[in-house]
Ligand binder design. Structure first.
Ligand SMILES: [Fe+2]
Length: 414
């Protein structure tokens, strides 16, 4: 399993005081439990010792130190220190002003750094167990609401590496699945992208995908782990964008287990097991797509809320309702479309609703998960989608970067 490491952003995210004497450090900056300090030193013998002496004099405990040659001035090195706020940090910062240049405190908020850290996150959900929105087909069906809540509750105490609880689906639920499944499999060969179709066939032969069986998340998760390292994590409902995207950084996908209301098998205003297993899972079995989804997740870690809002719109207009071209033909890769027979046909039969993918335009659009989309964005290819997301990631205003590795490590660089 790959995990992200934190690195100092190579982007200039805020102007650094050229002269340390112009820089004052606020109580908020120096009152954090652990802080990350950056500064620049000349490559002269003893320069680092002077800085470390300052920390020692102020009883500041050092946890981590990392250095790198300055990119512009080769006679200088940039240092990153992670310190305990154990002594007089404010005093230490004052002292460091006299022995270093470009002194900065970097603020790195907490975010998960390993898949198991997802256990520390109580994911915020937008739907309640018993109260559904008035536009939900099950809104007036008490039996449905009770059953939905029962299945959702099975995910409540889930912990990393546990077996995902199995749901004993009723005949009525299997019937709903059958209706959804049968309508979609007729459309996939012509409408879905090639990567999806290849993996969907595999899921049929190896993972129990069939009209008469709702596959269990546990079995599908094991299949995905073997293919791409992706895993499913049971979710009680629609997860907030920050929590949802953060999980993708660990190739983990929050999946609901309950099923849509039987009265409207072609429609659901919220994610359900049909949406997750039919819409999303086939592409998570594709290594390149898995890598792409993970990159979106990595971009979200520790990012400011405004950035998360825009990133989740890009996610929506690509991973959920995206189209790309294959040999000149428009194909669907968006999971919301690949789990709705009605919209799958609609999106490709209404050419006037398809626009060329423009991230600036997509970023401004409102997400409307419970409605047929007013229009769709098509990219020239999967490569184009990846380039767009990578380009967007370079605009991340967080003062650090993260990258994936086999273990968690924090490295900063200027
Ligand atoms: Fe989805």
């Amino acid at each position: 399993m790959t995990c992200p490491i934190v690195t100092r952003s190579t982007r200039q995210v805020r102007p650094m005081a050229a002269n340390n004497q112009e820089r004052s450090f606020t109580e908020t900056e120096t009152n954090q439990k652990k802080i990350t300090i950056c500064f620049t030193l000349c490559n002269n013998v003893g320069e680092l010792c002077k800085a470390l002496e300052v920390l020692k004099d102020h009883q500041v405990n050092l946890h981590h130190i990392n250095s790198k040659q300055n990119k512009e001035r080769r006679e200088e090195s940039d240092f990153i220190l992670i310190c305990d706020n154990s002594g007089s940090l404010k005093g230490a910062m004052e002292g460091l002003k006299n022995v270093s240049k470009n002194l900065e405190i970097i603020s790195v908020p907490w975010f998960p750094k390993h898949t198991s850290d997802l256990d520390k996150v109580v994911p915020k959900t937008f739907s309640c167990d018993k109260e559904l929105d008035a536009d939900h087909p099950g809104f007036k069906d008490d039996d449905y609401k009770k059953r939905r809540a029962e299945v959702a509750a099975m995910s409540r105490n889930y912990k990393h590496d546990q077996e995902i609880p199995r749901v004993d689906y009723t005949d009525k639920e299997i019937n709903t699945w059958r209706t959804v499944y049968s309508a979609l499999v007729k459309l996939y060969p012509d409408y879905a992208c090639e990567r999806f179709n290849i993996n969907f066939e595999l899921l049929q032969t190896k993972c129990g995908y069939s009209p008469d069986n709702i596959p269990q998340l546990e079995d599908v998760s094991k299949f995905l782990q073997n293919r791409t390292g992706f895993r499913l994590r049971p979710a009680p409902g629609l997860i907030s964008p920050r929590d949802f995207l953060a999980a993708l950084a660990f190739r983990t996908f929050y999946s609901t287990q309950y099923i849509r209301h039987y009265s409207r098998p072609e429609y659901t205003p919220e994610p359900d097991v049909c949406h997750e297993l039919l819409g999303h899972v086939p592409l998570f079995a594709d290594e390149e797509f898995a890598q792409f989804a993970q990159e979106i997740g990595l971009a979200s870690l520790g990012a400011p809320l405004e950035y998360i809002k825009v990133l989740s719109r890009l996610y929506w207009f690509t991973v959920e309702v995206g189209l790309w071209k294959e040999a000149g033909e428009t194909k669907v890769y968006g999971a919301a479309l690949l789990s709705s027979a009605e919209e799958l046909e609609f999106c490709l039969r209404n050419a006037e609703k398809i626009k060329t993918l423009d991230p600036a335009e997509a970023c401004k659009e409102k997400i409307q998960p419970s409605k047929i989309q007013p229009y769709y964005f098509v990219a020239e290819s999967f490569e184009t989608v990846k380039e767009i997301i990578r380009e967007f990631a370079t605009t991340n205003p967080r003062p650090f970067d993260v990258k994936s590795t086999q273990s968690v490590e924090v490295i900063y660089q200027r």
